[in-house]
Design a protein around this ligand. Structure first.
Ligand code: NAP
Length: 307
């Protein structure tokens, strides 16, 4: 089968860090064009708008949309309307309804839509799911604390409405939580907003499941020094720690699973799989929890944030 002719829209940090190397190593894809206002990829036809790109490059089969979430719907709509398969970076959109709309359009067009969640493909996630499925979970603590100045310098969009603030990394934790734990819902949350920003810098969230399983998540962007991306579960079979964003799994302090990180190569393998199968993969559970936190959460204003 000939490769899927792929275009990228929104050439920025994640495209250079992850998409380009993963696409280059995957024989199912051939990068044929990019659309970005400023960014380009050497040796690849580049356009400044998705409209110009789709007009000029009819051979495009699929597009990866890697711009900030507030600007993704318009591009996704245009690509799907033109019959292209679409890979959405996380979070898949700025609202639940716009992504549901895209899902319906993809089905109508017979195109594949992929709402990607890279952290779900972290090495220890499946082993954690298997462990938790084999025992009784008593409680869960999610700690996702990082330094926004280090990881998101000069990203104004992330602080604007729809940019999600601390939920931009926090939704990665939620994408793992919704994959490895029973179905949860939020019972209370406190969101801390810098007084000069439209998105939260920290969030403290409590969830439970139908049987009362307590799950507590702490997201904070003010962490300097050691960074934390950990999920700790107390279970009948001991304490499980899924650490470093899903990379390492320990049970009662013994490392039981650690393999090299393969998140984006796995995402592109999955995208090829759904394109070949003629299906879509759109799980909105992580984004739904974020929406619920904004809906149910108390707001606290905290000191202004300056880069
Ligand atoms: P970024 O570099 O700030 O943005 C990506 C590109 O989108 C920019 O270079 C820009 O390209 C384009 N863009 C920016 N603002 C735009 C606007 N208003 N309208 C249209 N295009 C715009 O961000 P990123 O870190 O790559 O993140 C992009 C997405 O990937 C986010 O949803 C993020 O959550 C996700 N992600 C990021 C990381 C990471 O480590 N950075 C990891 C995983 C997932 P042009 O100026 O050339 O148009």
């Amino acid at each position: 089968m000939s490769p899927i002719n792929l275009a990228i829209v929104g050439v920025g940090k994640i495209v250079r860090d992850q998409h380009l190397p993963s696409i280059a190593k995957n024989a199912d894809f051939k990068l044929v064009a990019t659309a970005s206002r400023h960014g380009t990829v050497e040796g690849i036809n580049s356009y400044t708008t998705i409209e110009a790109m789709l007009d000029a490059e009819p051979s495009i089969d699929a597009v990866s949309l890697c711009m900030p979430p507030q600007y993704r719907y318009e591009a996704a709509y245009k690509a799907l309307a033109a019959g292209k398969h679409v890979f959405l970076e996380k979070p898949p959109g700025a609202t639940l309804s716009e992504v549901a709309d895209l899902e319906a359009l993809a089905a109508k067009q017979g195109a594949s839509l992929f709402a990607s969640w890279h952290s779900r493909y972290a090495p220890g996630v499946e082993a954690a799911k298997a462990f938790l499925g084999s025992t009784t979970i008593k409680s869960v603590h999610v700690i996702w604390k990082e330094d926004v100045r280090h990881w998101h310098p000069n990203q104004d969009w992330i602080w604007q409405a729809g940019g999600l603030g601390v939920f931009d990394p926090g939704i990665n934790a939620l994408s793992i939580v919704t994959h490895i734990l029973p179905r949860l819902f939020i019972t209370g949350a406190v969101l801390e907003f810098p007084e000069n920003r439209d998105a939260p810098i920290a969030a403290d969230i409590h969830f439970r499941d139908a049987d009362g399983l307590p799950v507590h998540a702490e997201f904070d962007w003010r962490q300097t020094g050691k960074q934390s991306w950990d999920i700790v579960a107390e279970t009948a079979a001991g304490q499980m720690v899924l650490a470093e964003g899903g990379a390492k799994l320990s049970i009662d302090g013994t490392l039981t699973f650690a393999e090299p990180e393969q998140e984006y190569p796995s995402l592109y393998r999955r995208f090829a799989e759904i394109v070949k199968a003629g299906t879509s993969d759109v799980d909105l559970a992580p984004l739904r929890h974020v929406a619920d936190a904004f809906m149910l959460g108390k707001r606290k204003f905290v000191e202004a944030f300056h880069d």
